[in-house]
Write a protein that binds this ligand. Structure first.
Ligand code: LLP
Length: 439
């Protein structure tokens, strides 16, 4: 089924690019949501493949010569790794599980970057075995630990994760550039310099540069510009004091997206222009060679391409509000409960009454904090059996999903040009029971 250009596009910044209002329904990737819900059941996660690929291409166009490593923690499966590999992306991983999956899906080892504030010996060994391009050192202990694991006559490329003292991000739990949090080594305290010297002193390690990640869901380029100031001053200090010149600079991820109408995503073209200009200016100021840039967007690549579909099970009126309870909730999308995240909700599959009413969409899990969307407007006749769609669902929902209350996780289905392909199947009761191995 192809998409006709005559069909209206919904708020393009919030819904996947292929989304069209089709009569009373909504189509993604050329397929009606109601039909997909019928075929695959609900809750259901859709991922617009073309949108992911187009976003990758926009990044590559905006940032020529920059290495782009998708942050796997946003959402990972073999199908997505294949798209990223084809689009020339690398991958940032932070566990042996992400690493093994990336390798299984054919991501070349040299395009993989391993992170983690507490990597196990097994994770370091797996990274060496799979030939990852860079390991990002986060503490002094792992410098010697890693060096001891590298085979004789081999060298592992590494970066040092530094704390520039600049915080950014939509919620305190996802701000990682400040001094009072667990990641990285402080420039201000001298810990970063100490780690650089230790790494350089290890013959089995090749230090290629610095890494920093300021936080997540950042909407303005300003924090990165400030970080570039601190980072280049530090690079100049390393050169002046120790004669060390580092060829790479990794600015992490954190590129913000729109979850609701009127919100502004980080504009990647301005990011590219402003960051490069500031870096060139700072390097000229300190007479440093301009380091090769690496960026690690996660949410911005898969988030806007996703849609979550839920079936309404119950509508309940209380003294305070009207609750619309759906068949998913905080286990497949913990973001509202964890960060107070707000999102868009839309009735799909039938035309609702013209009037709306204010409702709170809740999940089916056994706690009152299981709220997906508080105080949103839905057609006043919203009722059991209805389908609700929530956009911008492609990042940090499935990847953070749990099996709370022993409910299996929903499937993820890729849609493109009128075709649907299951990427992750639904987790059934048999999957859940299979882990329970003692009577
Ligand atoms: N690089 C590093 C080292 C990171 O720690 C992260 C995210 C990224 C890149 C990608 O950040 P992104 O471009 O996706 O913002 N669960 C939270 C987000 C946690 C982000 C953790 N680190 C949420 O749902 O908002």
């Amino acid at each position: 089924m192809s998409i006709s250009l005559a069909e209206p596009i919904l708020d393009a910044g919030v819904w996947p690019r292929s989304t069209r209002a089709r009569g009373a329904d909504l189509a993604v990737g050329g397929l009606p949501a109601a039909e997909l819900a019928e075929r695959f059941g609900t809750p259901l996660y859709l991922l617009d493949e073309q949108h992911v690929r187009d976003t990758c291409r926009a990044y590559r166009r905006a940032l020529p010569g920059v290495e782009i490593a998708y942050a796997a923690k946003a959402f990972l499966c073999r199908g997505v790794v294949a798209w990223l590999r084809e689009e020339g992306f690398g991958l940032d991983v932070c566990s042996a599980g992400e690493l093994e999956l990336a390798a299984l899906a054919g991501m070349p080892g040299e395009r993989i970057i391993l992170h983690g504030n507490a990597k196990s010996g097994d994770e370091l060994r797996a990274a060496l075995r799979l030939g990852v391009g860079r390991i990002v050192l986060d503490n002094p202990v792992e410098i010697a630990r890693l060096a001891a694991l590298v085979a004789p006559r081999q060298r592992q490329r590494v970066m040092v994760r530094v704390v520039p003292g600049i915080e950014a991000g939509a919620h305190h739990a996802i701000r990682t550039g400040g001094e009072d949090q667990k990641f990285g080594l402080s420039i201000a305290r001298g810990d970063a310099e100490d780690a650089v010297l230790r790494a350089v002193a290890q013959p089995h390690l090749e230090l290629t540069g610095l890494h920093c990640h300021l936080g997540s869901q950042i909407g303005s380029v300003r924090p990165w510009l400030a970080a570039i100031g601190t980072l280049t001053a530090f690079l100049a200090g390393l050169r002046d004091r120790h004669g060390i010149v580092l060829p790479e600079l990794n600015l992490g991820g954190g590129h913000g997206i729109a979850y609701r109408s009127g919100e502004h995503p980080l504009d990647i073209e301005s990011f590219a222009t402003d960051v490069r200009r500031r870096l060139a200016r700072q390097c000229a100021l300190y007479e440093l060679p301009v380091p090769r840039l690496i960026v690690e967007p996660g949410r911005a690549i898969t988030g806007p391409a996703g849609v979550a579909l839920y079936r309404v099970l119950v509508v309940k009126r209380t003294a305070h509000r009207v609750f619309v309870a759906v068949d998913g909730g905080m286990a497949d999308n913990p973001r509202p409960a964890l960060y107070g995240a707000r999102t868009t909700v839309r009735l799909v599959g039938r035309a609702g009454a013209p009037g709306t009413r204010r409702v709170t969409v809740v999940g089916r899990y056994c706690e009152s904090g299981d709220v997906l969307a508080a105080d949103v407007e839905l057609p006043e006749d919203v009722r059991p059996g209805d389908l609700l769609a929530m956009p911008a669902a492609g990042a940090y929902q499935q990847s953070m999903a749990s099996t709370y209350n022993l409910v299996g996780r929903p499937p993820v289905v890729a849609v493109r040009d009128g075709r649907a392909r299951v990427l992750l199947r639904r987790e059934g009761i048999a999957d859940l029971l299979a882990r329970d191995v003692a009577e």
